[in-house]
Design a protein around this ligand. Structure first.
Ligand code: PLP
Length: 443
């Protein structure tokens, strides 16, 4: 008899179990958003779970530009860029980004996820290798899986591990090294200068995902490659509008001939509708404001420093973060869910991240900060975190009292189900919450 494709749906109970326990932290409905605060169930919450780093999603000038674009071009483009879906604003945004990032050419995609998928699938061939940091974003992993090339993961941010892999690459194989500029869970910055050196030595192409670094790092927020002064040594940059630029959509930047090739070969560019006029109009304005008002980035960093110090002085472990993404170590998955629920009840909006997004037994509440958070917001957040940590005994969790105990049984980010299940079994945990619920965590 044919396998029942829906059996797994009937069997799935992770989310229902979490709801029954009163801990389900996802799909919380926002009734109104003011940026640093949101209204949920009629109550104001301080938002520390958003990537709206510069507060531009709510800027009235951005909103007006989006409305003006809608009035001029309509609600949507109703077609692919290749066919009927290119409007003047798409071309203007591509030129503005190329100028900003000092790239020969830039092309837009309908999401950042598509940008990574589209570029990786179109550029690599079956004998090629993709050298991929183990903590790269899911969209990169998906792109690697769609591409016919061989995926070669290397230890997070380790140039030695990367060199080892490169050393063993077959002579004639094309090589592409890909990494997040800022890693979306840990908040640490890619160690680019030695990676650039290794790429040069081994004839590899270098690709940097600037999703969390645009508007955060480098002069005017131009990203990690500018932060390290290696823009000319990095072949491909990718970015998204869903974070600092306050909207949605993504892009790839690189040489003129590569972009021309991708515009005719990347399937998730060709076979999908182009970005709506409101989005492109809004992003153009957001980019202009970001460049004209560098004080936003300064405020973001002031708030970031305050929160790094604040969390540490309470006793929280925040890992190796160097950016506005601040992962707060909680420990067990159940405690991380309970912590997030208590935050919500106390007026703070943040979500937990659990295995396999992070090491098993080291679940976090992922926080991220914005230029528009006030001192008062941030003091209140710290006060509430301290209160809940005392209440839940966070600092008595084995993650705090026995650090490093499971360091060598993990393999994250890469969705290798067999291995992941094995790790869970080895760790003696039968809960099904882990990898199942993680699928819903936005990075
Ligand atoms: C590092 C990284 N790359 C790519 C993406 C995908 O971007 P988008 O939200 O535009 O699809 C994200 C966002 O979640 C991300 O964090």
């Amino acid at each position: 008899m044919a396998r029942d494709l829906f059996q797994k749906c009937r069997d799935y109970s992770d989310s229902a179990d979490a709801r029954a326990q009163g801990f389900y932290p996802y799909f919380r409905c926002i009734e109104e958003s003011l940026g640093n605060h949101v209204i949920c169930e009629g109550e104001s919450k301080i938002m520390i779970g958003s990537n709206n780093y510069l507060g531009l999603a709510q800027d009235p000038r951005v909103i007006e530009a989006a409305c003006a674009a809608t009035r001029k071009y309509g609600a949507g483009c109703t077609g692919s860029r290749l066919l009927n879906g290119t409007i003047t604003l798409h071309n203007q945004l591509e030129e503005a980004l190329a100028d900003f990032l000092q790239r020969e050419s830039v092309m837009l995609f309908s999401t950042g996820f598509f940008a990574n998928q589209g570029a990786l699938a179109a550029l690599l061939e079956s004998d090629d290798l993709i050298l991929c940091d183990r903590e790269n974003h899911a969209s990169i992993i998906e792109g690697c899986q769609i591409s016919p090339a061989r995926l070669v993961p290397y230890r997070h941010n380790s140039v030695d591990a990367l060199r080892n892999r490169l050393k063993r690459a077959p002579e004639e194989a094309g090589r592409l090294i890909i990494m997040d500029g800022v890693f979306s869970m840990s908040g640490d910055i890619a160690d680019l200068p030695p990676m650039v050196k290794a790429a040069k030595e081994y004839g590899a192409v270098l690709y940097v995902d600037e999703a969390h670094s645009l508007g955060v790092l480098g002069p005017e927020g131009r990203g990690t490659v500018h932060h390290f002064g290696v823009n000319d040594d990095v072949d491909i940059v990718m970015g998204t509008f869903s974070k600092s630029l306050g909207s949605m959509g993504g892009f790839i930047g690189g040489s003129r001939e590569m972009i021309e090739y991708l515009k005719h070969k990347a399937r998730c560019f060709i076979f999908t509708a182009s970005l709506a006029p409101a989005v492109v109009g809004g992003v153009l304005k957001a980019l202009e404001i970001m460049r004209a008002e560098p004080e936003r980035i300064e405020l973001l960093w002031r708030n970031t420093r305050k929160m790094h110090e604040g969390f540490k002085s309470i006793g929280f472990k925040i890992g190796s973060t160097q950016t506005p993404i601040v992962p707060i170590l909680i420990g067990s998955e159940a405690k991380a869910f309970a912590f997030a629920q208590r935050l919500y009840e106390e007026g703070v909006f943040a979500t937990p991240a659990i295995y396999p997004a992070v090491r098993y037994g080291e679940a976090i509440v992922r926080t991220s900060f914005m230029s528009t958070h006030t001192e008062e917001d941030l003091d209140k957040v710290l006060e509430i975190f301290a209160k809940i940590a005392r209440e839940l005994g966070t600092f008595d969790d084995p993650a705090y009292t026995e650090p490093g105990r499971r360091r060598n049984v993990f393999d994250f980010a890469l969705p290798d189900r067999g291995r992941a299940e094995q790790v869970r079994a080895d760790s003696g945990n039968s809960s099904r919450n882990g990898s199942g619920l993680h699928a819903a965590i936005p990075g």
